[in-house]
Design a protein around this ligand. Structure first.
Ligand code: SAM
Length: 303
């Protein structure tokens, strides 16, 4: 059950898409004064060393963040994300990569709350340790600790999310990013979202998923489109033509329920650049589609 370790995949093209969009979502949430709750149902370890045995073995980050690292022509929204990674690597050498909890910690404001769930015992320990180091570093810099700003739990993210909705401030950003190693993850995501929308229809829910040949993956976005959310936005990034054997992950998607109204334009500005820089062959491409909910059924306005 616990075979997946994100350390092998940190900073790959799928992380680039996910964390770039995550930064955009936080920035949008930050525009209103009221504090919000960020819920990370599948947190991972929070910070990854790209010179670890796992990262070196897979070398996936070389086809992801490493391609953006030294670019000086980044579109502004993408620069916000790459600068966050640069901030973790003050020596100028790409050594550390942020997981989604770290991205949230950096972009959310001191008054916002982070609720982080992780089921793998070793990754939970790493997550706790990485945040302990971060807090210690901040204390050294003279920053005041905020007692209950961040809670980390060794727990099932799907179950834990329910208990937090609706949040006291009625503002929430949720990231759902399971490993999808077991087919049931696709169903768990859909079921959890149905329940979450019942409890808190106006939350922003961002779901990452791998675009694969397997049926569950191919049908996944269509299933999410039928959820009872007012609006959705769906973006996929493909970096290479899938091989004939269908192995490898060359494409991934972010599906956002109740997206910020600014996000589509940001994606249209940025995705062509990502395709150009991360693309590995002529199959590299992106797709953006959106839809609205009309009396119980989603009405796609595919673009
Ligand atoms: N969101 C992280 C990021 O962007 O940096 C990466 C998460 S990784 C893709 C998925 C994580 O979910 C793994 O660390 C895995 O151990 C954990 N996991 C698997 N099932 C889970 C569950 N039911 N609840 C919480 N965590 C789970």
């Amino acid at each position: 059950m616990f075979s997946y370790r994100h350390a092998y995949h940190a900073g790959n093209h799928a992380d680039v898409l996910k964390h770039f969009v995550q930064v955009q979502l936080h920035q949008y949430m930050n525009q209103k004064d009221t504090a919000y709750t960020y819920i990370d149902t599948h947190s991972g370890a929070g910070v990854y060393a790209l010179d670890s045995a796992q990262a070196v073995k897979s070398g996936e980050y070389l086809e992801g963040i490493a391609r953006l690292w030294e670019r000086d022509d980044l579109p502004a929204p993408l620069a916000d994300y790459v600068n966050l990674v640069r901030g973790m690597n003050p020596s100028g050498k790409l050594r550390y990569y942020p997981g989604s909890p770290y991205v949230a910690e950096q972009v959310a404001r001191p008054e916002d709350r982070l609720r982080l769930f992780e089921l793998h015992p070793a990754d939970t320990r790493l997550l706790v340790e990485n945040f302990r180091k971060l807090e210690a570093h901040k204390a050294e810099q003279g920053e005041r600790a905020r007692g209950r700003r961040i809670l980390i739990e060794h727990a099932d993210g799907f179950q834990s999310m329910k208990a937090l909705l609706p949040p006291p401030s009625r503002r929430a950003l949720v990231l759902i990013d399971p490993p999808y190693e077991v087919k049931l993850d696709y169903k768990h995501v859909r079921d959890a979202l149905e329940e979450a929308l019942g409890r808190f229809p106006s939350g922003i829910y961002a779901i990452w998923y791998p675009v694969l040949q397997r049926m569950e993956s191919r049908q996944f976005a269509d299933r999410l489109k039928r959820l009872p959310a007012k609006e959705w936005l769906h973006v996929t990034l493909t970096v290479a033509t899938p091989g004939p054997d269908g192995t490898g992950m060359h494409s991934s998607g972010m599906f956002i329920l109740n997206p910020p109204y600014t996000l589509e334009a940001t994606l249209r500005e940025t995705m062509p650049y990502l395709v150009q820089v991360l693309g590995q062959d002529s199959g590299a491409t992106f797709r953006i589609e959106k839809g609205t909910q009309v009396t119980g059924t989603a009405n796609p306005r595919g673009l």
